[in-house]
Design a protein around this ligand. Sequence first.
Ligand SMILES: [Zn+2]
Length: 250
Amino acid sequence: MAKTLRVIDAHAHLGECCVFGLVSTEEELVRRMDESGIDATIVQPYPGAKNAAETHDRIADLCAKYPGRFFGLASVSPHGSHEAYRREVERCVRELGFVGVKLHTIGHAVNPLSEDGDLVFATAHHLGIPAMVHTGPGMPFALPSLCIPAAQKYPGLKIILAHAGFAVFSAEAQVAASVCGNLYLETSWCIGEDIRWMISTIGSDRVMMGADLPSNVPVEVAKYKALDLEPEVYNKVMGGNAIDVFKLSS
Ligand SMILES: [Zn+2]
C-alpha cells in the first residue's frame, strides 16, 4: 500500500549531464530518500541529457517501479522546432503522467523573456502544469526577476523559481515572489536564514524544499530542521506546498 505523502524533494535529476558533468542513478536517488526520510521526489532530466526523451522514459520507468515515490518533470530545450517541443512535453504529461516542466535558463541557454522562453510558459499554461525555472548562476537569463513578466502574462500559471536565486540572488527571488502571488520558491543551495526570511516575507505557502543533487538531500533536510520552524510551517515547506502545487497523490 502506498504511504501517505508528507516530505517531498521538489527538485532532483536522473541520468547524465554533459553541461555540468554530473550523473545520478536510480539507486542513488532511492538511497538518499531512504536515508533522509523523503516520501517522494520530483525527478527531471539534467539539461545536459544527451537525449531528453529517452531520459523522460527512464524517469517514467522509475515512477512505475516505485509508485507514489517518484513523479516526473519534463525538461527539453525549446530552441528546436516548437511543434516537436510541444509534442514531447504533452507526451510527458498526458502519456507518462508528469507533473511539471522545466525552463533551464543556463543549461539550455533560455532567456525567460524570449520567444523560446515563452514557449515553455505557454506550454505549461496550456497543459495546466506548473513551470519550474532555474535561477541563480547563469545570469542575466537566470535572474529571478525575469520571471515576473511571464507570471503576470499567465496569472493562472504557477512558476517555481528553482534554487530561489541560489543564495546570491535570493533577495531578488523574494522580491519577485512578493510582487507575483503565482511565483513559488524552491530553496536548494540557499542559506538557511534566507529561507527563514523568505517564509517570513511571502508566507509559508509558497516556499518548498528541494535538493537538486542526491548528495545534497541530507544537507537540505538538515538545513530546514535547524530552523526550528513551527510544526505547521515545517510541514508545508517540507512537502505540503509541493503536494498542492504539483497536485501529487500517492
Ligand atoms: Zn537542478
